[in-house]
Design a protein around this ligand. Structure first.
Ligand SMILES: *[C@@H]1O[C@H](CO)[C@@H](O)[C@H](O)[C@H]1NC(C)=O
Ligand SMILES: *[C@@H]1O[C@H](CO)[C@@H](O)[C@H](O)[C@H]1NC(C)=O
Ligand SMILES: *[C@@H]1O[C@H](CO)[C@@H](O)[C@H](O)[C@H]1NC(C)=O
Ligand SMILES: *[C@@H]1O[C@H](CO)[C@@H](O)[C@H](O)[C@H]1NC(C)=O
Ligand SMILES: *[C@@H]1O[C@H](CO)[C@@H](O)[C@H](O)[C@H]1NC(C)=O
Length: 376
């Protein structure tokens, strides 16, 4: 090899090495586990990205058929929406990839988090028992991942991931909604206050369970006005919101706020975010155009009054259902779930809502802890 050729190949090699280092450090910045705040998601259909696709359940608790998923994914994914759901947006805002459903077959390391939410699930084991993964079983799944992280990445990195992660919940809606459609002895044999105390007690013990594994940052939102879901308006006959269900929800939201404050006083390093979805959704229903929507009462997809009487889609034996041309004009996509556009609005408020809507922290602050002046 001549001197000249040698120097050219050394140059070439230098460039290659430089490129390699640039790529590697770029990857390190983007993917280094230490740079990522993981997101773990628990709950029901509002947060389920398709876990129930892998359960032996009934199509009532699944959304893996047309027209679900049409707007964004262009195919059904199992999400109860025309497109993305709230955790998808939160992951995006946090710079994370889509959080995979825990039950999806395949090898995942779950370093960026996992989603355990199961449509139909409640905080109470009795809620839709046998058809869904209840909240306590979701905690068991999380505990398996925690062990797996320790095994794969060592105790120190696993502990860091767990303690810096954010844990989001959507739970309670099915515990309060299901007694309106099935005979629930548990509901009938307790006062509303006692029933709410059981829901909150079970939610609290799951939060404490995550805390005992090292989790510190929690997003637990108030429930929206479930009584105004199209399915409830249809049930009411008059088309009004169900007062009884909305009263239950208000009891729950009051008890939740107190429980979270108590946890804050009791648990080391416990921080939380609570978005007042009741007021937010109520305001949306009352003034759709103010927020870029057209219809706050009738669902986009379904049949019967308010398209709330039967479910949306072709897999449930309903041959006749109606589908609106533009889901993003509606506050409800089907009888009880928002379309992507409303999910995005709720996610934005959870992420960066001001203290009168989302507090004492919002999710942005939990992901990148910049401490607010006013906190409790
Ligand atoms: C990523 O983590 C490394 C090591 O902890 C740190 O030096 C670096 O500044 C972080 N990068 C970003 C973009 O946060
Ligand atoms: C699924 O559930 C049905 C009804 O409960 C049962 O008959 C069937 O054996 C189950 N299938 C599997 C694969 O577990
Ligand atoms: C609930 O129980 C009552 C009385 O036992 C019965 O008439 C009714 O059909 C049941 N409703 C449902 C939804 O199972
Ligand atoms: C959790 O729910 C069950 C009913 O599923 C109830 O018996 C129990 O008391 C609840 N736990 C707490 C701590 O409230
Ligand atoms: C919350 O405060 C913001 C400004 O900080 C205001 O624009 C918004 O209307 C308030 N929302 C409610 C529900 O009070």
């Amino acid at each position: 090899m001549s001197h000249r050729n040698m120097s050219v190949s050394i140059h070439f090699l230098t460039i290659l090495v430089a490129l390699f280092i640039a790529r590697a450090s770029c990857r390190a910045l983007l993917w280094h586990p230490e740079n990522r705040t993981a997101l773990f998601v628990f709950g029901d259909s509002l947060f389920d990205p398709g876990n129930n696709n892998f359960l032996n359940t009934t199509s009532q608790y699944q959304a893996n058929f047309y027209p679900y998923g049409e707007t964004f994914f262009k195919h059904p994914t199992g999400r109860f929406s025309d497109g993305r759901i709230i955790p998808d947006f939160i992951a995006e805002y946090a710079g994370l990839p889509l959080i995979p459903p825990y039950l999806q077959p395949g090898k995942y390391e779950f370093m960026g988090g996992a989603n355990f939410a199961s449509a139909g699930a409640g905080a109470l084991a009795e809620t839709h028992s046998g058809f869904v993964v209840d909240l306590k079983s979701q905690l068991r799944q999380f505990e398996k991942i925690e062990k797996q992280l320790k095994k794969n990445f060592g105790d120190e990195l696993a502990a860091k991931t767990i303690s810096e992660a954010v844990y989001m919940f959507s739970i309670g809606g099915n515990d309060y909604g299901s007694p309106f459609f099935t005979n629930s002895t548990l509901f009938q044999s307790h006062s509303h206050e006692q029933y709410v105390a059981m829901v909150i007690g079970n939610l609290t013990s799951v939060i404490s369970g995550i805390h005992s594994k090292g989790g510190r940052k929690f997003g637990v939102n108030s429930l929206g006005p479930l009584g105004c879901h199209p399915v409830m308006r249809a049930l009411e006959g008059t088309g009004a919101c169900s007062k009884e269900l909305n009263e239950l929800v208000k009891l729950h939201n009051g008890a939740l706020a107190k429980a979270l404050q108590k946890l804050g006083a009791k648990l080391d390093g416990f921080k939380y975010s609570n978005c007042d979805l009741f007021s937010v959704v109520m305001e949306l229903i009352d003034n759709p155009p103010k927020y870029g929507f057209k219809e706050g009462k009738e669902a986009c997809c379904g049949s019967g009054p308010y398209r709330g009487r039967t479910s949306c889609g072709g897999r449930r034996g309903e041959t006749e259902y109606k589908l609106c041309p533009n889901p993003s004009e509606h506050i409800y996509f089907d009888s009880s779930h928002p379309p992507e556009k409303a999910n995005q609005y709720y996610a934005e408020l959870m992420w960066s809502g001001s203290i009168n809507v989302t507090g004492p922290y919002n999710l942005e602050e939990l992901f990148k802890p910049i401490h607010r002046q006013t906190k409790n």
